[in-house]
Design a protein around this ligand. Structure first.
Ligand code: ZN
Length: 220
C-alpha cells in the first residue's frame, strides 16, 4: 500500500453472524471509525443535514431510505477527518448500486477490503431463534452449554417454535439481497470469506489474518 493508503474495510454477513461485534473490535484495535448505517442515519436525522431531512421524511412515510440518500449520507461520513486513515463499514453497501458508488468514493484512498463473515444457516437459526432447552430438567440452555445441560448434564434439544421459521425467512431475504453483492466482490484479491462459526476471538484472528494478507497483496 502507498503511504497515503487507508485501511478501508467492509464487513458483510447475515444477521447472527456476529459481524457487528467484529466490526467494533476491528475498529477499536485499528483506531478507525466504525461506521454503521443505522448510526449515521440516526445522526444525520438528528443533526438535520439536507440528506438527514430527506431520510427522515422517507422513514416517516414508512418507506426504506433509497440508494441515493444512503450513498449521500455515507459519502458525507467518509469525507470526515476521522475516516481519512480508513474505516470499518457495517451495513453498507447493501446493493450492487451502492457498492459501485462506494468504489468511486474510495478511489485513490487505497484498496477496499471486503470481509464476508459466513456462518451455516443451521447455526444462525440456533443463534437467532436459539432456544435450546435441557431434555431432562427443562432449563434454558446458556450459550456456553454446547452439548449438555450445565446443571444436570442432560442432553440439550431444540425447542421448536415458529421463531425459527421467522429467522429462516429473514435469512432467506438476506441471502437473496446479498448474493449479487457477494458476486460483485468475490473475484477481487481483497475479498475474503471468513469462517464465522467459531468463538469471537478465533473469528477476530481470521479477520486480522485477512487484513494482513490484503495489505501484503496490495504492496506486490
Ligand atoms: Zn438439565
Amino acid at each position: 500500500m502507498g503511504v497515503r493508503d487507508g485501511l478501508n474495510v467492509v464487513i458483510l454477513g447475515p444477521p447472527g453472524a456476529g459481524k457487528g461485534t467484529q466490526a467494533e473490535r476491528l475498529a477499536r484495535t485499528r483506531r478507525l471509525p466504525k461506521i454503521s448505517t443505522g448510526d449515521i442515519l440516526r445522526e444525520a436525522v438528528q443533526t438535520g443535514t439536507e440528506l438527514g431531512r430527506a431520510a427522515q421524511a422517507t422513514m416517516e412515510a414508512g418507506n426504506l431510505v433509497g440508494d441515493d440518500v444512503m450513498i449521500g449520507i455515507v459519502r458525507e461520513r467518509l469525507d470526515r477527518d476521522d475516516a481519512r486513515c480508513g474505516f470499518v463499514l457495517d451495513g453498507f453497501p447493501r446493493t450492487v448500486f451502492q457498492a459501485r458508488a462506494l468504489d468511486r468514493m474510495v478511489d485513490g484512498r487505497g484498496p477496499l477490503i471486503v470481509l464476508d463473515v459466513v456462518v451455516p444457516e443451521e447455526i444462525l437459526v440456533l443463534r437467532l431463534a436459539g432456544r435450546r432447552i435441557c431434555s431432562r430438567c427443562g432449563s434454558n440452555a446458556a450459550p456456553e452449554w454446547t452439548v449438555a445441560c450445565g446443571k444436570c448434564a442432560g442432553a440439550l434439544v431444540n425447542r421448536v417454535d415458529d421463531g425459527a421459521e421467522i429467522v429462516r425467512e429473514r435469512l432467506k431475504v438476506y441471502h437473496q439481497q446479498t448474493k449479487p453483492l457477494v458476486d460483485y466482490y468475490s473475484g477481487r484479491r481483497s475479498f475474503f470469506s471468513i469462517d464465522g462459526d467459531q468463538a469471537p476471538d478465533s473469528v477476530m484472528g481470521l479477520v486480522g489474518e485477512a487484513i494482513e494478507a490484503a495489505t501484503r497483496r496490495a504492496t506486490l
